[in-house]
Design a protein around this ligand. Structure first.
Ligand code: PAF
Length: 322
């Protein structure tokens, strides 16, 4: 970890220090949307193991599942849970500045995304959470999103036209699917499988680790490796919870957050390496050769809108990041 990153993380954790008395509770509740075997599960398990070990079990971590990410962020904000690992899908509705990282085809690959989020750019975004009653602790990862559907093989942007696609509750993603001529239908992940089963939507888009961990192959036949957007995740905590930690425990908390990030990213990389083959084995029809330039051309009007409505200078900085 670079010095900038270490300092920024320390600042994020130190910011809520003004808050009240020493932590009476010894249990920290951490919720996320995916199975324990997933990349979020790996991050949460590493966080729990590290924090409990470093504090000799004075701080215990309870990991729970809740597949409604908006609801989890609201719960962290009002303090009914302490922390969540969530994709940035609904985060822009709480911290609008974060919407830039949801722009399609912004990140070239995993090293680009991880590098930007760990740099002062990502740290600057994390610092904006505090104005919204949240503490952005560390960037985690969901992965590059790909399109699945039950209707047809998608080989080109034209094949997306007319598909009813579940999106996250995210304006940036919805704009992109609208521009491609799809019918974007935002809903929480908890509603996705019934919606696919009942035909309310034809398709959805998610990273390979999510498709594998949730057996979405049981409700979707076609997968196209569009990689149309990188989906960051983030560990968000209640500022009051952090403020009640002693300085020593805050340092342990930081170390546990870094362990969570490492384990989460390692699991994404492992799932990316084996997941497509696994989904083929489970019967999915996979299109691997995708003309990404054609998708980017088809999205031209959306890109112009992002430049106008989001932080255009920051978008360029991220694109140019080496
Ligand atoms: O599609 C979503 O809502 C998210 O990608 C998920 C699966 C909840 C993971 O963050």
């Amino acid at each position: 970890m670079t010095m900038t990153r270490r300092l920024a993380l320390a600042a994020a954790l130190a910011a809520p220090l003004a808050a009240g008395p020493a932590l009476a509770q010894t249990t920290i509740t951490l919720q996320h949307a995916l199975p324990a075997t997933s990349h979020y599960g790996a991050g949460a398990a590493a966080f729990k193991e590290t924090l409990e070990r470093l504090t000799n079990n004075r701080l215990r971590v309870t990991v729970q599942r809740n597949d409604n990410e908006r609801e989890m962020i609201e719960s962290v904000q009002i303090g009914t849970i302490d922390c969540t690992i969530t994709s940035t899908g609904p985060v822009g509705n709480f911290v609008p500045a974060v919407r830039v990282v949801d722009v399609p085809f912004l990140f070239r690959d995993y090293p680009h995304a991880r590098g930007v989020l760990d740099s002062e750019i990502g740290q600057g975004l994390l610092q904006q959470f505090s104005a919204r009653g949240l503490a952005g602790v560390i960037w985690m990862e969901n992965g590059f999103r790909h399109l699945t559907n039950s209707r047809r093989e998608v080989n080109s942007p034209a094949d997306v036209r007319g598909l009813k696609v579940r999106t996250m509750e995210n304006q940036v993603h919805m704009r992109a699917f609208q521009t491609l001529g799809a019918l974007p239908t935002p809903m929480a992940f908890s509603e996705l499988v019934p919606a696919l089963q009942q035909g309310t939507v034809d398709g959805q888009e998610n990273p390979i680790p999510v498709i594998v961990a949730n057996n979405l192959n049981q409700v979707q036949r076609f997968l196209t490796l569009t990689g149309h957007v990188y989906s960051p995740a983030v560990l968000i905590c209640n500022p009051g919870t952090l403020g009640r930690l002693s300085a020593a425990d805050r340092a342990h908390f930081q170390e546990a957050a870094r362990a969570a990030q490492r384990a989460n990213r390692e699991k994404v990389s492992a799932d990316e390496a084996s997941g497509v083959e696994e989904l083929r084995r489970r019967g999915m029809q996979v299109v691997t050769q995708v003309d990404t330039a054609a998708f980017q051309t088809a999205l031209a009007a959306a890109f112009q809108q992002y430049e106008r409505e989001l932080d255009g200078a920051l978008l360029r900085r991220i694109r140019d990041w080496r």
